[in-house]
Design a protein around this ligand. Structure first.
Ligand code: SF4
Length: 269
């Protein structure tokens, strides 16, 4: 059996792209490790995988791994991904975005990719803040939290990314934290194998900014915060809206069938 350390090094562009830019304790590395593990387990060839990102800390991920990769403009990862999938349907198309990239400037592309049901796996790493630009509010920053751009507390409610994408028509929607690593592995696998548009929200820690706003001063504290607030979807179904306030509902949230964009186009042809 391969050791994880060795496995990761088979997929990193170690000689060209390191040291990486992520802060020590950032959750993005945990997600990257999981993604590589699952891709290896599923046996995809590196040449058959296309990994696409936009801008932000999460957007750097494809730079470090040895697949076909594109580091695109802010919020536009899904437009490039859609083009690639339409031109080369046999490729395994994967997008990785942060919450600012996916839900703010890229929000329109996200809902329309889900509506069209273009076959791809999309991972939104949600650390509730714009990390790369200095800790400003993102659409997933909780109400009342003090950030660089909300010094008196965030006056806006936060988005529920999964509900939004469910309503837009995604055939698979899941949520995990980076603390729940076995669940995260399972959801990544399901999203990669799904026919149609699959999205997984990955609740992660930004130790440098959102940790500070929440009064948590280490990655360990932030991961305990994820553990203590999470509730599996089967249990959550038995609770009221009020009881679920502030909880992170994890697990498979949507799993259904409908024709993909390619299938609909083939019907017309
Ligand atoms: Fe991670 Fe936050 Fe550092 Fe960005 S700023 S690398 S999200 S810890």
């Amino acid at each position: 059996m391969k050791k994880t350390g060795h496995l990761i090094h088979e997929y990193l562009r170690s000689s060209k792209r390191f040291p990486h830019i992520w802060c020590a304790g950032c959750g993005i590395g945990i997600f990257m490790n999981a993604l590589i593990r699952v891709i290896d387990r599923l046996g995809y060839r590196k040449d058959d995988v296309v990994l696409i990102s936009g801008i932000g800390c999460a957007g750097r991920l494809p730079v470090y791994v040895d697949f076909n990769t594109l580091h695109t403009t802010h919020g536009r990862a899904l437009t490039f991904a859609t083009g690639i999938k339409l031109a080369k349907p046999r490729l395994k198309v994967i997008t990785v975005m942060g919450d600012g990239d996916a839900i703010a400037i890229g929000g329109n592309h996200l809902i329309h990719a889900a509506r069209r049901n273009v076959e791809m796996a999309t991972f939104v790493i949600n650390n509730q803040v714009y990390g790369m630009t200095g800790g400003q509010c993102s659409p997933t920053t909780p109400y009342g939290v003090i950030t660089t751009s909300s010094p008196y507390g965030n006056p806006e409610p936060d988005f529920d990314i999964c509900r939004l994408i469910e309503a837009a028509g995604a055939v698979f929607v899941g949520r995990s934290t980076v603390y729940h690593i076995h669940l995260l592995d399972r959801l990544i696998g399901k999203a990669l194998e799904r026919k149609g548009f699959a999205m997984v929200e990955v609740v992660s820690q930004c130790v440098t900014y959102s940790g500070r706003w929440l009064g948590l001063d280490s990655a360990v504290e932030m991961m305990k915060w994820q553990r203590d607030r999470s509730i599996v979807v089967e249990k959550a179904k038995r609770l009221s809206e009020a009881e679920l306030k502030g909880k992170i509902v994890i697990g498979v949230l949507v799993d259904k069938e409908r024709p993909t964009y390619h299938e609909e186009c083939n019907k017309l042809l």
